[in-house]
Design a binder for this molecule. Structure first.
Ligand code: ADP
Length: 272
Protein backbone atom coordinates (compact mmCIF):
# COMPACT_ATOMS: atom_id res chain seq x y z
CA UNK A 1 0.00 0.00 0.00
CA UNK A 2 2.25 2.69 -1.34
CA UNK A 3 2.55 5.74 0.82
CA UNK A 4 -0.07 4.63 3.32
CA UNK A 5 0.84 4.18 6.93
CA UNK A 6 1.22 0.58 7.99
CA UNK A 7 -1.86 -0.80 9.69
CA UNK A 8 -1.25 -1.92 13.24
CA UNK A 9 -1.23 -5.57 14.22
CA UNK A 10 -4.44 -6.03 16.25
CA UNK A 11 -2.98 -8.90 18.30
CA UNK A 12 -0.13 -6.68 19.47
CA UNK A 13 -2.43 -4.04 20.97
CA UNK A 14 -2.54 -3.87 24.78
CA UNK A 15 -6.29 -4.58 24.95
CA UNK A 16 -6.17 -7.59 22.61
CA UNK A 17 -8.20 -10.55 23.91
CA UNK A 18 -6.71 -12.99 21.39
CA UNK A 19 -4.35 -15.67 22.69
CA UNK A 20 -1.53 -16.19 20.21
CA UNK A 21 0.38 -19.45 20.03
CA UNK A 22 3.32 -20.05 17.70
CA UNK A 23 3.96 -23.70 16.92
CA UNK A 24 7.69 -24.19 16.47
CA UNK A 25 10.07 -27.05 15.76
CA UNK A 26 13.79 -27.48 15.24
CA UNK A 27 13.48 -29.35 11.97
CA UNK A 28 10.89 -30.24 9.37
CA UNK A 29 8.86 -33.41 9.23
CA UNK A 30 8.26 -33.77 12.97
CA UNK A 31 4.54 -33.04 12.63
CA UNK A 32 4.42 -29.34 13.47
CA UNK A 33 1.76 -28.54 10.85
CA UNK A 34 -0.27 -31.61 11.76
CA UNK A 35 -0.25 -30.51 15.39
CA UNK A 36 -1.20 -26.94 14.40
CA UNK A 37 -4.26 -27.89 12.35
CA UNK A 38 -5.51 -30.45 14.86
CA UNK A 39 -5.12 -28.04 17.77
CA UNK A 40 -6.99 -25.41 15.73
CA UNK A 41 -9.89 -27.77 15.05
CA UNK A 42 -9.99 -29.03 18.62
CA UNK A 43 -10.19 -25.46 19.89
CA UNK A 44 -12.95 -24.66 17.38
CA UNK A 45 -14.88 -27.68 18.72
CA UNK A 46 -14.57 -26.15 22.18
CA UNK A 47 -16.48 -23.18 20.80
CA UNK A 48 -13.54 -20.86 20.33
CA UNK A 49 -13.09 -18.59 17.33
CA UNK A 50 -9.80 -19.74 15.82
CA UNK A 51 -7.52 -18.32 13.16
CA UNK A 52 -4.49 -20.05 11.66
CA UNK A 53 -1.53 -18.31 10.04
CA UNK A 54 0.61 -20.64 7.98
CA UNK A 55 4.02 -18.97 8.04
CA UNK A 56 5.95 -22.10 7.07
CA UNK A 57 7.65 -20.93 3.89
CA UNK A 58 9.17 -24.34 3.19
CA UNK A 59 6.05 -26.38 3.81
CA UNK A 60 2.96 -24.21 3.68
CA UNK A 61 0.95 -27.42 3.94
CA UNK A 62 -1.69 -26.07 6.32
CA UNK A 63 -4.33 -25.14 3.67
CA UNK A 64 -4.16 -28.66 2.16
CA UNK A 65 -4.44 -30.24 5.61
CA UNK A 66 -7.52 -28.09 6.29
CA UNK A 67 -9.14 -28.94 2.95
CA UNK A 68 -8.72 -25.55 1.29
CA UNK A 69 -5.62 -26.14 -0.86
CA UNK A 70 -7.09 -24.48 -3.94
CA UNK A 71 -8.99 -21.64 -2.33
CA UNK A 72 -7.60 -18.15 -2.69
CA UNK A 73 -8.42 -15.42 -0.22
CA UNK A 74 -10.74 -12.69 -1.44
CA UNK A 75 -10.11 -9.02 -1.01
CA UNK A 76 -12.54 -6.39 0.26
CA UNK A 77 -11.17 -2.92 -0.35
CA UNK A 78 -7.66 -3.13 1.06
CA UNK A 79 -8.33 -5.98 3.46
CA UNK A 80 -7.67 -9.65 2.76
CA UNK A 81 -10.43 -12.04 3.86
CA UNK A 82 -9.05 -15.20 5.50
CA UNK A 83 -10.17 -18.47 3.93
CA UNK A 84 -12.91 -20.22 5.93
CA UNK A 85 -12.39 -23.98 6.23
CA UNK A 86 -15.18 -26.61 6.31
CA UNK A 87 -14.37 -27.18 10.00
CA UNK A 88 -14.96 -23.56 10.93
CA UNK A 89 -11.50 -22.06 11.34
CA UNK A 90 -10.08 -19.17 9.31
CA UNK A 91 -6.75 -19.61 7.60
CA UNK A 92 -4.24 -17.55 5.70
CA UNK A 93 -1.06 -19.04 4.27
CA UNK A 94 2.14 -17.51 3.07
CA UNK A 95 1.54 -19.70 0.00
CA UNK A 96 -1.67 -17.73 -0.69
CA UNK A 97 0.28 -14.49 -0.98
CA UNK A 98 2.15 -15.74 -4.02
CA UNK A 99 0.67 -14.79 -7.41
CA UNK A 100 0.65 -18.44 -8.49
CA UNK A 101 0.48 -21.52 -6.31
CA UNK A 102 3.28 -23.36 -8.09
CA UNK A 103 5.56 -20.36 -8.05
CA UNK A 104 8.82 -20.81 -6.20
CA UNK A 105 9.71 -17.74 -4.20
CA UNK A 106 13.15 -17.24 -2.71
CA UNK A 107 11.90 -15.49 0.38
CA UNK A 108 14.46 -13.25 2.01
CA UNK A 109 14.44 -11.74 5.48
CA UNK A 110 12.76 -8.39 4.69
CA UNK A 111 10.21 -10.05 2.37
CA UNK A 112 9.41 -12.64 5.00
CA UNK A 113 8.96 -9.93 7.58
CA UNK A 114 6.59 -8.05 5.27
CA UNK A 115 4.65 -11.24 4.51
CA UNK A 116 4.27 -12.02 8.20
CA UNK A 117 3.12 -8.49 9.03
CA UNK A 118 0.70 -8.61 6.10
CA UNK A 119 -0.82 -11.87 7.34
CA UNK A 120 -1.25 -10.35 10.79
CA UNK A 121 -2.39 -6.82 9.99
CA UNK A 122 -3.84 -6.74 6.46
CA UNK A 123 -6.10 -9.74 7.01
CA UNK A 124 -9.56 -9.16 8.40
CA UNK A 125 -9.46 -11.62 11.32
CA UNK A 126 -12.42 -10.20 13.22
CA UNK A 127 -12.65 -11.09 16.90
CA UNK A 128 -10.60 -14.21 17.49
CA UNK A 129 -10.19 -16.12 20.73
CA UNK A 130 -7.08 -17.89 19.50
CA UNK A 131 -4.57 -17.38 16.71
CA UNK A 132 -2.22 -20.24 15.90
CA UNK A 133 0.90 -19.65 13.84
CA UNK A 134 2.64 -22.50 12.06
CA UNK A 135 6.28 -21.35 11.98
CA UNK A 136 8.94 -22.60 9.59
CA UNK A 137 11.25 -25.15 11.22
CA UNK A 138 14.40 -23.86 12.85
CA UNK A 139 15.43 -20.53 14.24
CA UNK A 140 15.20 -18.35 11.17
CA UNK A 141 13.96 -14.97 10.05
CA UNK A 142 10.27 -15.65 10.64
CA UNK A 143 10.84 -16.58 14.29
CA UNK A 144 12.81 -13.37 14.80
CA UNK A 145 10.17 -11.26 13.01
CA UNK A 146 7.42 -12.81 15.06
CA UNK A 147 9.33 -12.09 18.25
CA UNK A 148 9.67 -8.46 17.22
CA UNK A 149 6.05 -7.96 16.17
CA UNK A 150 4.31 -10.21 18.71
CA UNK A 151 6.50 -10.64 21.78
CA UNK A 152 3.39 -11.67 23.70
CA UNK A 153 2.97 -14.82 21.60
CA UNK A 154 3.39 -18.05 23.51
CA UNK A 155 5.34 -20.87 21.96
CA UNK A 156 4.66 -24.59 21.73
CA UNK A 157 7.69 -26.67 20.69
CA UNK A 158 7.09 -29.87 18.72
CA UNK A 159 9.71 -32.60 18.67
CA UNK A 160 9.99 -36.33 18.07
CA UNK A 161 11.53 -38.65 20.67
CA UNK A 162 14.78 -38.75 18.67
CA UNK A 163 17.97 -37.30 20.14
CA UNK A 164 18.84 -35.30 17.00
CA UNK A 165 15.35 -33.80 16.79
CA UNK A 166 15.36 -32.88 20.47
CA UNK A 167 18.65 -31.05 20.15
CA UNK A 168 17.41 -28.75 17.38
CA UNK A 169 14.05 -28.34 19.14
CA UNK A 170 15.90 -26.97 22.17
CA UNK A 171 17.49 -24.36 19.94
CA UNK A 172 14.11 -23.32 18.53
CA UNK A 173 12.77 -22.98 22.07
CA UNK A 174 15.78 -20.97 23.18
CA UNK A 175 15.36 -18.61 20.23
CA UNK A 176 11.76 -17.96 21.27
CA UNK A 177 12.90 -17.15 24.76
CA UNK A 178 15.57 -14.78 23.45
CA UNK A 179 12.72 -12.98 21.69
CA UNK A 180 11.00 -12.70 25.09
CA UNK A 181 8.30 -15.19 24.23
CA UNK A 182 7.18 -17.72 26.80
CA UNK A 183 7.51 -21.39 25.89
CA UNK A 184 4.35 -22.96 27.33
CA UNK A 185 5.03 -26.58 26.56
CA UNK A 186 6.58 -29.34 24.52
CA UNK A 187 4.60 -31.73 22.35
CA UNK A 188 6.30 -35.03 21.62
CA UNK A 189 4.95 -36.36 18.33
CA UNK A 190 5.43 -39.84 16.85
CA UNK A 191 6.13 -40.95 20.41
CA UNK A 192 5.38 -44.60 19.73
CA UNK A 193 3.46 -46.93 17.45
CA UNK A 194 0.82 -48.98 19.27
CA UNK A 195 1.54 -52.51 17.93
CA UNK A 196 -1.60 -53.23 15.87
CA UNK A 197 -1.49 -56.99 16.49
CA UNK A 198 -1.21 -56.57 20.24
CA UNK A 199 -3.94 -53.90 20.24
CA UNK A 200 -6.22 -56.36 18.42
CA UNK A 201 -5.58 -58.84 21.24
CA UNK A 202 -6.33 -56.21 23.86
CA UNK A 203 -2.68 -55.82 24.86
CA UNK A 204 -0.72 -52.57 25.11
CA UNK A 205 2.61 -52.94 23.33
CA UNK A 206 4.35 -49.84 22.07
CA UNK A 207 7.02 -49.81 19.38
CA UNK A 208 9.40 -46.92 19.91
CA UNK A 209 10.20 -46.26 16.25
CA UNK A 210 12.05 -42.99 16.91
CA UNK A 211 13.51 -43.98 20.28
CA UNK A 212 12.40 -42.31 23.47
CA UNK A 213 13.07 -39.37 25.74
CA UNK A 214 13.13 -36.47 23.25
CA UNK A 215 10.15 -34.64 24.72
CA UNK A 216 11.36 -35.02 28.30
CA UNK A 217 14.82 -33.91 27.30
CA UNK A 218 13.61 -30.73 25.60
CA UNK A 219 11.31 -29.93 28.53
CA UNK A 220 14.08 -30.45 31.09
CA UNK A 221 16.64 -28.41 29.14
CA UNK A 222 14.29 -25.48 28.53
CA UNK A 223 13.01 -25.50 32.13
CA UNK A 224 16.59 -25.38 33.44
CA UNK A 225 17.59 -22.70 30.94
CA UNK A 226 14.59 -20.39 31.49
CA UNK A 227 14.06 -20.90 35.23
CA UNK A 228 10.35 -21.73 34.84
CA UNK A 229 8.55 -25.00 34.24
CA UNK A 230 8.23 -26.01 30.58
CA UNK A 231 6.14 -29.20 30.74
CA UNK A 232 5.58 -31.94 28.18
CA UNK A 233 1.93 -31.24 27.35
CA UNK A 234 1.30 -34.29 25.20
CA UNK A 235 2.69 -37.41 23.56
CA UNK A 236 1.05 -38.24 20.26
CA UNK A 237 1.34 -41.78 18.90
CA UNK A 238 2.09 -42.63 15.30
CA UNK A 239 -1.25 -43.22 13.62
CA UNK A 240 -2.00 -43.98 9.98
CA UNK A 241 -5.28 -42.09 10.19
CA UNK A 242 -3.46 -38.95 11.33
CA UNK A 243 -1.40 -39.04 8.13
CA UNK A 244 -4.43 -39.95 6.00
CA UNK A 245 -6.50 -37.18 7.56
CA UNK A 246 -3.80 -34.65 6.74
CA UNK A 247 -3.52 -35.87 3.16
CA UNK A 248 -7.30 -35.81 2.71
CA UNK A 249 -7.76 -32.32 4.13
CA UNK A 250 -9.77 -33.67 7.06
CA UNK A 251 -7.63 -33.67 10.21
CA UNK A 252 -7.85 -36.68 12.51
CA UNK A 253 -9.71 -34.85 15.31
CA UNK A 254 -12.57 -34.50 12.79
CA UNK A 255 -12.17 -37.66 10.69
CA UNK A 256 -11.39 -40.17 13.46
CA UNK A 257 -11.96 -38.40 16.79
CA UNK A 258 -11.82 -41.55 18.95
CA UNK A 259 -8.38 -42.59 17.68
CA UNK A 260 -5.79 -42.32 20.49
CA UNK A 261 -3.79 -39.69 18.55
CA UNK A 262 -6.93 -37.57 18.14
CA UNK A 263 -7.85 -37.93 21.81
CA UNK A 264 -4.34 -36.81 22.79
CA UNK A 265 -4.46 -33.81 20.42
CA UNK A 266 -7.83 -32.75 21.83
CA UNK A 267 -6.42 -33.06 25.36
CA UNK A 268 -3.45 -30.85 24.43
CA UNK A 269 -5.84 -28.22 23.05
CA UNK A 270 -7.69 -28.34 26.35
CA UNK A 271 -4.52 -27.49 28.29
CA UNK A 272 -3.72 -24.39 26.21
P1 ADP B 1 6.16 -30.59 9.79
O1 ADP B 1 5.12 -29.53 9.78
O2 ADP B 1 6.91 -30.68 11.08
O3 ADP B 1 7.08 -30.54 8.60
P2 ADP B 1 3.98 -32.39 9.08
O4 ADP B 1 2.91 -32.06 10.05
O5 ADP B 1 3.88 -31.86 7.70
O6 ADP B 1 5.41 -32.00 9.71
O7 ADP B 1 4.15 -33.99 9.09
C1 ADP B 1 5.00 -34.66 8.19
C2 ADP B 1 4.32 -35.93 7.71
O8 ADP B 1 4.20 -36.85 8.79
C3 ADP B 1 2.90 -35.68 7.22
O9 ADP B 1 2.66 -36.51 6.12
C4 ADP B 1 2.03 -36.08 8.39
O10 ADP B 1 0.76 -36.54 7.99
C5 ADP B 1 2.84 -37.18 9.02
N1 ADP B 1 2.64 -37.28 10.47
C6 ADP B 1 2.85 -36.31 11.40
N2 ADP B 1 2.58 -36.76 12.64
C7 ADP B 1 2.19 -38.06 12.51
C8 ADP B 1 1.76 -39.11 13.43
N3 ADP B 1 1.70 -38.88 14.75
N4 ADP B 1 1.41 -40.30 12.91
C9 ADP B 1 1.46 -40.53 11.57
N5 ADP B 1 1.86 -39.62 10.66
C10 ADP B 1 2.22 -38.40 11.12
Amino acid sequence: RGGQAQREIPFAQPGSLTKVYAIASGKGGVGKSSVTVNLALSMAKLGLRVGVVDADIYGHSVPAMLGVADTRPTQVEDLIMPVPTPSGVSVISIGMLKPRRDQVVAWRGPMLDRALVQMLSDVFWGDLDVLLLDLPPGTGDVAISLGQHLPGAEVVVVTTPQEAAAEVAERAGTMASMMHQRVVGVVENMSFLPCPHCTAEGKDHRLEIFGSGGGDRVAATLSARFGYDVPVIGRIPIDVSLREGGDAGKPIVDSDPTAPAAVELAAIAGTL
